[in-house]
Design a protein around this ligand. Structure first.
Ligand code: AMP
Ligand code: MG
Length: 390
C-alpha cells in the first residue's frame, strides 16, 4: 500500500496527449483555451465619452457654451470644438477634436442651443484609447476554462475561431453481477448502477468526453472485451468494481491480460483503498472501488487532475482551509480519510451524517470532503482542516 502523496506523485508523471481544435466563439464556452489570446485592437479603440454629456475645453467649463452639434454613439463629430463651444455627446461616442473635457447631462442646464455647467469639476469622463486593453496585449491565458465573461473578451478582440483543447476521451465500464441499469427495478440481490452515471457526469464536468461501455458481469472475457474496445477508443479508462479481495474481483487479472502494467493497486486513503492505476501503451487505466462514494472521491482526487493536466488546464484545484465546527475523532489512523462536510454561515465546516462508502446520499448536500491525515485520530473544534470542494 502506498500513501496518497506517493500515488499523486506517480499519476502526475503520466499525461495523455491532447490535440487542439478551433471552434466558433459561442461553442468555446466551458472549453479550455489552448493558446494565449492577444488583442488585435486598442480598447477603447478611440477616446470616448463614458457618460451622456457635453464635450468642451476644460478652460471653458464655467462659461455659457454654444452647442455646435449632437453626436450619437457610432457617429464621428463633424465639427471641431472651438473656444466657447461644446458638442452634446452620448455615451460611447468618440470625443470631438478640440475637446478635452466632458461634463454630465446631470450637471448641466441646457436652454436654446446653449448650456451651462452647474456641477463641481471632478473627472473629465473621457475613457482614453487603449486604457483597458492595448493592441497586442494578452487578454486570456492558455489553460483558462472559458466562462461567459471570457466570451465577451473574445468577442471584443475578434477571436471568432477559438483555439481549445479537444476533449479527452474517458471510457467508463461498470463491473458487477449485481448491477442493473437505472431504468430497471432491481430484483432481490441486485442494485442499480449509479457509478457509471456519476462518473460520466464527473467526466463531463471536468471538461472531458465520456464514452460509456456498459455493465460487464464478473467474467474475465466480458470485462476483457469491453476493456479492449475502450483502450482502442479512449485516452483514460475507468472501471468500477472488482478491484477488492473478493473471489469475483477479477479486474486486476483482466488488466494484466490486456497488456496494462499495474503501477499501484492499494492506496492508503479512505474511502478507496483498492484504487488501482495501470498503464497501457494506448491508454491510462484506473480501477476504482465499486462503492459509489469511493468511486466519486477517487475520481476527484486522481482522475480530475489528470484530465485537467492533459487538457492543459490552469490547475486551480487546491484544498481550502476551514475551521472545524465540531470535534472529530476516528479509531484507525493508517489511512488518510476524506470525510464529507457541510459549510456553515461562518465558513466553518461540520461533518455530515455519513455511514461509509456506500452512503451515496451523504454527498449531494455536502460542500466538500475534509482531509484527515495519516496518524491523526482527533481534530478539535476550532482547529483548521483542509477541505476539497466537490
Ligand atoms: P466491489 O468493488 O465490486 O467489491 O463492489 C463494492 C460494493 O460497491 C458492492 O456493494 C457493489 O454492489 C457496489 N457497487 C459496485 N459497482 C457499483 C455500481 N456501478 N454502482 C453502484 N454500486 C456499485
Ligand atoms: Mg463487484
Amino acid at each position: 500500500m502506498i500513501t496518497y502523496e506517493e500515488a499523486i506523485a506517480i499519476t502526475e508523471e503520466y499525461k495523455p496527449g491532447c490535440e487542439i481544435e478551433y471552434v466558433p466563439l459561442i461553442d468555446s464556452l466551458g472549453r479550455f483555451l489552448a493558446e494565449d489570446i492577444k488583442s488585435d485592437i486598442d480598447m477603447p479603440p478611440f477616446n470616448k465619452t463614458a457618460v451622456d454629456g457635453y464635450a468642451c475645453r476644460r478652460e471653458d467649463l464655467f462659461k455659457e457654451l454654444v452647442i455646435n452639434e449632437v453626436v450619437p454613439a457610432g457617429v464621428t463629430a463633424k465639427k471641431r470644438i472651438e473656444t466657447g463651444e461644446c458638442a452634446k455627446i452620448m455615451t460611447g461616442a468618440a470625443l470631438p477634436d478640440g475637446a478635452d473635457w466632458i461634463f454630465m447631462v446631470e450637471d448641466a442646464q441646457e436652454d436654446n442651443d446653449r448650456v451651462k455647467f452647474t456641477g463641481k469639476p471632478g473627472k473629465n469622463n473621457i475613457a482614453k484609447r487603449g486604457e483597458d486593453i492595448e493592441k497586442g496585449d494578452t487578454v486570456l491565458l492558455a489553460g483558462k476554462r472559458i466562462e461567459p465573461q471570457d466570451i465577451a473578451v473574445l468577442a471584443t478582440v475578434g477571436a471568432v475561431r477559438v483555439p481549445v483543447s479537444k476533449p479527452l476521451r474517458v471510457g467508463i465500464i461498470s463491473t458487477g453481477n449485481e448491477l442493473v441499469e437505472p431504468h430497471n427495478k432491481p430484483k432481490p440481490s441486485h442494485i442499480r448502477n449509479s457509478n457509471a452515471y456519476q462518473l460520466i457526469a464527473q467526466t463531463m464536468k471536468a471538461g472531458a468526453e465520456a464514452y460509456y461501455y456498459g455493465i460487464a458481469h464478473d467474467k474475465e472475457e466480458e470485462i476483457f472485451e469491453m476493456l479492449k474496445r475502450a483502450i482502442s477508443e479512449c485516452e483514460i479508462i475507468l472501471l468500477t468494481g472488482g478491484v477488492s479481495m473478493g473471489d469475483f474481483d477479477m479486474v486486476p487479472a483482466v488488466l494484466q491480460k490486456a497488456g496494462v502494467r499495474i503501477i499501484f493497486d492499494r492506496v492508503a486513503v479512505q474511502p478507496g483503498k483498492p484504487t488501482t492505476f495501470g498503464v497501457h501503451k494506448d491508454a491510462l487505466v484506473f480501477g476504482l472501488p465499486g462503492n459509489p462514494v469511493s468511486s466519486f472521491i477517487q475520481f476527484e482526487l486522481f482522475v480530475k487532475a489528470m484530465i485537467h493536466r492533459a487538457m492543459g488546464a490552469i490547475q486551480s484545484e487546491s484544498d481550502r482551509k476551514h475551521k472545524l465546527a465540531k470535534d472529530y475523532s476516528r479509531r484507525r489512523t493508517r489511512r488518510m480519510a476524506w470525510v464529507p462536510v457541510n459549510i456553515n454561515d461562518d465558513e466553518s465546516v461540520t461533518p455530515v451524517e455519513y455511514h461509509g462508502s456506500a452512503h451515496i446520499n451523504a454527498l449531494p448536500g455536502a460542500y466538500g470532503v475534509m482531509k484527515i491525515p495519516v496518524g491523526v485520530s482527533e481534530i478539535k473544534k476550532g482547529e483548521i482542516v483542509d477541505v476539497r470542494q466537490i
